[in-house]
Design a protein around this ligand. Sequence first.
Ligand code: C5P
Length: 220
Amino acid sequence: MRGVIALDGPSGTGKSTVARRLASALGSGYLDTGAMYRAVTLGVLRSGGDPAAVAASVVVTVGTDPADPTVLLDGVDVSAEIRGSEVTLAVSAVSAVPEVRQILVARQRAIIAAVVDSHGGIVVEGRDIGTAVAPDAELKVYLTASADARAQRRTRQDSAAGRQATLEETLADVQRRDDYDSSRAVSPLRQADDAVELDTTELDLDGVLASLLDLVDGRG
Ligand code: C5P
């Protein structure tokens, strides 16, 4: 689909930050699909309900403006709560439930179509964008980095946001989520056959953004 850029990969590759910066640079919209799984997980933790029923009943609204990626759960801003450790611990299990994925993927496709219509393009980040949500995306990039580099980045992000976790705890969480996300039955985390792999271990954010812009221009 013209105008759709799919950015997939495990956590800690700098995906969210570069996805927003890429969208701003291109004047495109932006969709953080992980935030949708996190918001549903928060709803499950609060209500104790069945994940599929929660996914069907809660209204998750994600900002598609890269400068304002606000996430609303039933109308209330939960952008900070969805990054907390309780949600991070539970999100992989909730996002492995097939009905949850079915519901959210349908919503993601509707958002993508609407934003391509209104903005001419969208950068979509997640785990299954190139393989399941938008297999016909114009450009697919799979971001990777060593587990150590990803844990270090996540630890820095967490402490900047006032969340305390040791490097060891974060590394264990990164590896646990990678294993869970890569081994689930429905649309596991994997590189699409036609995705370009970009290893960000040795790159800073400016370097990742420059590589992505080259790929968009067909120079990558
Ligand atoms: O990107 P983020 O780390 O916020 O994603 C949180 C979790 O949501 C991932 O660990 C994964 O379990 C799930 N997810 C997913 N499919 C996506 C995006 C995120 O299963 N497209």
